[in-house]
Design a protein around this ligand. Structure first.
Ligand SMILES: Nc1ncnc2c1ncn2[C@@H]1O[C@H](COP(=O)(O)OP(=O)(O)O)[C@@H](O)[C@H]1O
Ligand SMILES: O=C(O)C1=C[C@@H](OP(=O)(O)O)[C@@H](O)[C@H](O)C1
Ligand SMILES: [Mg+2]
Length: 174
């Protein structure tokens, strides 16, 4: 069976998954979904409310359930930064198409995100940004089929780079 044409974006909060995902969907004539929105619709509350009311591990658990059961052929799929904690969820998403890691340095992410403590990040209380960055870097690399460096690139340049990498991956398969 031919693999569907979806594309899965992973990376830290602030890497550009949601913003870039919409642009990629337009460029590739695909549908777009942000799994954060799927979580909120299922729970009928915001991610921040889930975090405040039930804690970060429960948010990760719900996220895992949502991405494990989602059927998303022909979509650009923007995940939340914590999606990679769910092995079964990532396995399901990867069945729809290649996983693209938007790789930003901690310094670049810090320039983009000023509300680290109130952005609704699914992390242990007291865990520093640098500690979280290190812990996740390994996971993003584990699932990535394609890695695109985002430092010193504006959105259009990242978009062009993702398209070029996809094209190159397609050609190497032919
Ligand atoms: N390549 C980029 N250069 C500069 N700013 C960017 C870039 N990609 C995303 N941003 C900005 O970073 C912020 C976070 O982007 P967002 O798409 O919400 O990231 P994510 O979904 O990965 O958390 C937004 O303000 C967005 O405009
Ligand atoms: O990295 C995280 O722990 C999270 C990132 C958020 O998505 P973005 O990566 O799109 O900001 C969202 O899924 C949730 O608030 C948890
Ligand atoms: Mg996002």
């Amino acid at each position: 069976m031919k693999k569907s044409k979806s594309l899965v974006l992973v990376g830290m909060p602030g890497a550009g998954k949601s913003t870039l995902g919409v642009l990629l969907a337009k460029e590739l004539a695909l549908d777009f979904v942000d799994t954060d929105v799927l979580i909120q619709l299922r729970e009928n509350r915001t991610l921040q409310e889930i975090l405040n009311e039930t804690g970060y591990l429960n948010l990760r658990r719900i996220e895992g359930e949502v991405i494990e059961s989602a059927c998303l052929p022909n979509h650009v799929i923007a995940t939340g930064g914590s999606a990679v904690y769910s092995e079964a969820g990532m396995k399901n998403l990867a069945s729809f198409g290649p996983v693209v890691f938007l790789n930003c340095s901690a310094d670049e992410l810090r320039r983009r995100i000023h509300n680290y403590d109130s952005r609704g990040i699914a992390k242990a209380p007291g865990q520093s940004f640098e500690e979280l960055f290190e812990e996740r870097q390994e996971l993003y690399r584990k699932y990535a089929d394609i890695t695109v460096d985002c430092d010193d690139r504006d959105l259009q340049q990242v978009l062009d780079q993702v398209l070029a990498e996809l094209e190159a991956a397609d050609q190497s398969r032919d």
